[in-house]
Design a protein. Sequence first.
Length: 182
Amino acid sequence: MLVRHADPARDAAACVAIYAPYVTGSSVSFEEDPPTAERFAAHIAATSERYPWLVLEAAGAVVGYAYATQHRARAAYRWAVDVGIYVDPSRHRAGAGRMLYEALLGLLRRQRLHSACAGITLPNEASIGLHRALGFEHVGTYRSIGWKAGGWRDVSWWQLRLAPDGGGADAPPPEPLGPQRL
Ligand SMILES: CC(C)(COP(=O)(O)OP(=O)(O)OC[C@H]1O[C@@H](n2cnc3c(N)ncnc32)[C@H](O)[C@@H]1OP(=O)(O)O)[C@@H](O)C(=O)NCCC(=O)NCCS
């Protein structure tokens, strides 16, 4: 298995094929209509201008992907990102998620980012297990924050400190860097 940077034109359709069932058949994603490959390619390209979008390839096929996006737009949040990950169900529990996240988190550290955040619609034992295994801590749960698949859904939020706190008024953290290469 090989982790590499996504190529928007080449990988969008495979990423959509993995993602779409979680849009139409579950509340894992809060989107309601699966994106087209064209729209997803644009989304991958725009994301990759600032953050990593990685795919995991096995025997020449994309079997999972992980990415980071801006957490919030206000300036003080610029060291924080949200992360997301999807693995083809035929490959679950075989180490794909861990491989993707270890590569992604390494790149985020090299970008000098401080926090990775993940919002997990409940229930999702696999996602909670993965985030806990990678060192994320539970910080709280929004109750009934979204309506999806016929019901109100809770979203559990998890945070990983990518670097120790530190600094101070006279020693602000170094500015984040642009996207890094594997
Ligand atoms: C969550 C997801 C990405 C995990 O990917 P994966 O490739 O199956 O995970 P891994 O095999 O690398 O597992 C790594 C660790 O995560 C934890 N984990 C993974 N699946 C788990 C499960 N079903 N239950 C409990 N813990 C689990 C375990 O600690 C595991 O380590 P171990 O196998 O040595 O015990 C995958 O289940 C998935 O794509 N789910 C659907 C999409 C989704 O929910 N994405 C996250 C949205 S917030």
